[in-house]
Design a protein around this ligand. Structure first.
Ligand SMILES: Cc1cc2nc3c(=O)[nH]c(=O)nc-3n(C[C@H](O)[C@H](O)[C@H](O)COP(=O)(O)OP(=O)(O)OC[C@H]3O[C@@H](n4cnc5c(N)ncnc54)[C@H](O)[C@@H]3O)c2cc1C
Length: 523
């Protein structure tokens, strides 16, 4: 994970890669881990930073998807539950069991959800995390002290997985590198290179930090760019019908006291037929999400007022302490790549469109993969590499990721210590603090993050901007957007020292970061 070394090697190398992966979200990183661990020469290029787009903005669940079961999509649920089990096993430092409570307000809800969630457990087979159970009203209140008790009859509990999305992504990048891959951020693919037969032979890459561009040659190029897949497809075939269109999902982050305990709440049917979660996460609660068709493919999507109102209103109906706008510590929006309707008359409500992934091979050899879930990235990667091998006549090597431990692997981490997300790297951060006592200083009184974590992020995790650090290496932006702005000058100073930058660069970084972070709080 040394960016400057990797970039300079890429700029000067004449090597031919087996796989060139475009996109450093969950899907692309999963593909890089898969290909590299099979022994293929693999390079991954991310235009901004790992998980800059959708993959840092999830609900942070490793789940089969109870709502897909409601829709009868048994195959999708079974696959995701199996993958949930693998991920829990391979990254136990980041994926934990989370109890979810459904409060029941109608007589039929308890038997209905108990049966439904028992099916959910059965579909997980031996990967089941625990049995779903019907609960008395007293137990529901014990688990969710702040649940609305008026007309509450009881409830049902079930287990799913919960994680930190961008931290897992960084560990996946490290895993890929440990298996021989070259992985770089701030490197945008701007063009596909083709031979006389129209087959893709490589890509043109722009170094978006230090400038300049260079060519890479490869046997198989994979487009794993999420909502941006059509941009790459158009580089291959300019007049093709769009494959995806975005649907926005918004989350609000509020203090943990709004649930009052360590358990999550699930509202199986909101006023407009969606599912809503309230999930404890890093001493906060994430409330969401929405599903709003939008037209723009952007890196920093903004929440709509009606989405914010909808979440506050729904949460307020199920919680005693009704969250208000002033209680929102952070608000973030993510874009799902859903299948684009073939024509306007095919327009459907986005929540009705299947969430399973799409995997396509073009005549040029370009492989495109999009959709799916964070939870299913591993199986998506396995299928993608299998297809890439087949369509590009590469020698077959078997997939190893079912049992491959993710970097940082550590069983039973102490989750009360905020450094638990680093897993086995935690000791190295503590060592940094011991050797340099000033590194133990907090970035800000409101959050636990220390100077050492910023230094670590720059030296070991390829963070190069304040946004890389505060949004995706430590999750300050998502936990308290205003506090993160207060931290920005200090982080800029550390970055400048580590990277040898001038004061003007620091000032520009703070300005840019403040602009981004303003989109994460409500005025
Ligand atoms: C609101 C919301 C909640 C969700 N919650 C969950 C959940 O709780 N659990 C779950 O399992 N799933 C969840 N998902 C789904 C999950 O987040 C996505 O399936 C997953 O993150 C998609 O990853 P991706 O890598 O395909 O796309 P992205 O994360 O968008 O990654 C694509 C990357 O490609 C890069 N890129 C684009 N163009 C170029 C280029 N030219 N050159 C180089 N790089 C480029 C982008 O910068 C981006 O980083 C949720 C999705 C949303 C929207």
């Amino acid at each position: 994970m040394k960016r400057e070394e990797s970039i300079s090697q890429l700029k000067n190398s004449k090597e031919k890669w087996d796989f060139i992966v475009i996109g450093g979200g969950a899907t692309g990183l999963g593909i890089a881990v898969d290909a590299a661990s099979r022994g293929y020469k693999t390079v991954l290029l991310e235009q901004v930073d790992f998980t800059k787009a959708t993959s840092s903005r999830s609900t942070k669940l490793v789940h089969g998807g109870v709502r897909y079961l409601q829709k009868g999509d048994v195959k999708l649920v079974r696959e995701a539950l199996r993958e949930r089990g693998y991920l829990r096993r391979n990254a136990p430092h980041l994926v934990k069991n989370q109890r979810f409570i459904i409060g029941n307000y109608q007589w039929w809800e308890k038997p209905f959800y108990t049966i439904g969630l028992t099916v959910y457990d059965l579909l997980a087979g031996r990967m089941s995390l625990s049995r779903s159970l019907p609960l008395s009203k007293k137990s529901v209140v014990k688990y969710i002290p702040q649940i609305e008790q008026k007309n509450l009859r009881g409830g049902v509990s079930y287990q799913d997985g919960q994680f930190d999305d961008s931290r897992l992504a960084i560990n996946m990048a490290q895993t890929a590198v440990e298996h021989g891959a070259t992985v770089v951020n701030h490197a945008k693919v701007t063009q596909l290179l083709k031979n006389n037969e129209g087959k893709i032979t490589g890509v043109v890459v722009e170094d978006t930090l230090d400038g300049g561009s260079f060519n890479l040659e490869g046997k198989c190029t994979i487009n794993a760019t999420g909502i941006f897949v059509d941009e790459i497809i158009k580089m291959d075939t300019p007049d093709v019908h769009p494959l995806v269109r975005p649907s926005q999902g918004v989350h609000l982050v509020v203090d943990k006291s709004f649930l009052g305990g360590d358990d999550a709440i699930m509202v199986p049917k909101t006023s407009d037929g969606r599912v809503m979660f309230g999930v404890p996460w890093h001493n906060r609660v994430i409330l969401g999400t929405t599903d709003t068709p939008v037209k723009e493919f952007v890196l920093e999507p903004l929440p709509l007022e009606e989405e914010v109102d909808f979440i506050l209103e729904t949460a307020g109906r199920f919680l005693v302490k009704k969250p208000q706008r002033k209680d929102v510590l952070s608000v973030f929006a993510g874009l799902r790549p859903l299948a684009a309707p073939r024509k306007e008359s095919d327009e459907m409500k986005t929540k009705e469109i299947s969430r399973s992934h799409k995997l396509l091979a073009a005549d040029s050899g370009l492989i495109t993969i999009t959709g799916g879930k964070w939870t299913t990235y591993r199986i998506m990667a396995e299928e993608t590499i299998d297809l890439g091998i087949k369509t590009n006549n590469l020698p077959f090597k078997p997939c190893k990721t079912r049992t491959l431990k993710i970097h940082g692997y550590m069983e039973n981490p102490d989750m009360d210590n905020h450094l638990y997300v680093y897993g086995s790297d935690q000791d190295k951060i503590l060592k940094l603090q011991k050797e340099n006592p000033e590194y133990a200083e907090k970035l800000n009184g409101k959050l636990d993050f220390t100077v050492a974590e910023v230094v670590w992020a720059v030296r070991e995790e390829m963070a190069r901007t304040i946004d890389d650090v505060l949004a995706r290496r430590v999750r300050a932006l998502y936990m308290d957007a205003r506090a993160s702005i207060e931290m920005a000058p200090k982080v800029a100073g550390i970055l400048a020292k580590e990277l040898g930058k001038e004061k003007a660069w620091e000032d520009e970084q703070v300005r840019e970061y403040t602009e981004i972070a303003k989109g994460y709080f409500l005025s």
